[in-house]
Design a protein around this ligand. Structure first.
Ligand SMILES: [Zn+2]
Length: 267
């Protein structure tokens, strides 16, 4: 908090000396990863996010600790994937707690990168005197919005609730329907199905299965949003629709492939 506040003031003072230079890309800010990526920040984020990527809900493991990601990009941003890089970016938010998330490498480096689309592009704050409060970001902010209001799941496939634009943009920009992620979720779903069968069996082990299911919808569990959606769906409809599609209650490979094709078609 102390070092970040001082460093922010220094960045703003530098910008004021040559706004055109920074806006044109002739000048660059030097950011300090030692502040926003400090062990204490990383640890606090890890705790707040239950050891999961803020965007895809994958658990960090001992190999990948994740990147400290700036929700509003600090060094330049894109309204659309193949559009011009808008400089200088949200430099004044580079040490701001509310702008930091822990993200897996894939979500951050392969998908989100500098993307930060707004509903109205011209409302974008372009320097520290601008107002981000009037911006309407298209990406769902996991720290301020409730992602479950926007993104639902049919089996392991995420979809936009009511076809809302923010979910459509977020799923596309973050690759929330990417192959690797679908495979991980499908594995989880198979476990949920199996537990559900045991939980409803009336056998002595049913209690343990019910407890495990209750744990899997809690925030600390991997892909808990999908697990919640799975348990919300009425059992009868779920069984019928899944069997119709795939002949197996826990798999919906055709759906996954469809979503992947949709994505590659867009790109
Ligand atoms: Zn991720």
């Amino acid at each position: 908090m102390t070092r970040g506040t001082q460093a922010r003031a220094a960045l703003c003072a530098r910008y004021e000396k040559d706004p055109k230079g920074y806006a044109s890309g002739k000048r660059f800010f030097a950011f300090e990863p030692g502040i926003y990526g400090h062990t204490t920040v990383r640890k606090a984020l890890m705790e707040a996010q239950h050891g999961k990527c803020a965007f895809c809900e994958s658990k960090f493991d001992h190999i990948a600790y994740g990147d400290v990601e700036h929700f509003r990009p600090k060094a330049g941003c894109l309204q659309v994937e193949d559009g011009p890089l808008l400089r200088p970016g949200y430099y004044w938010l580079s040490y701001e707690w509310g702008n930091l998330y822990l993200s897996c490498v894939l979500c951050n480096q392969r998908f989100k990168r500098n993307l930060f689309p707004l509903r109205v592009a011209r409302s974008r704050a372009r320097y520290h005197g601008g107002r981000i409060s009037i911006e309407k970001p298209l990406l769902i902010d996991p720290g301020h919005d409730d992602p479950e209001r926007f993104i639902g799941f049919r089996s392991e496939v995420p979809y936009a609730v009511g076809n809302n634009v923010r979910a459509r943009v977020t799923i596309g920009a973050l690759g929330l329907d990417r192959t690797e992620l679908m495979e991980q979720r499908r594995e989880r779903l198979t476990l949920l199905w199996a537990l559900r069968v045991v939980a409803e069996s009336g056998k002595p082990e049913a209690v343990a299965a019910q407890e495990k299911l209750a744990e899997m919808v809690q925030a600390p569990s991997e892909y808990s949003s999908m697990a919640k959606a799975f348990l919300r769906e009425p059992a009868r409809r779920r069984t019928v629709s899944a069997r119709k599609k795939t002949g197996h209650p826990g798999r919906s490979g055709s759906n996954a492939r469809k979503a992947q094709q949709g994505r590659s078609g867009k790109r």
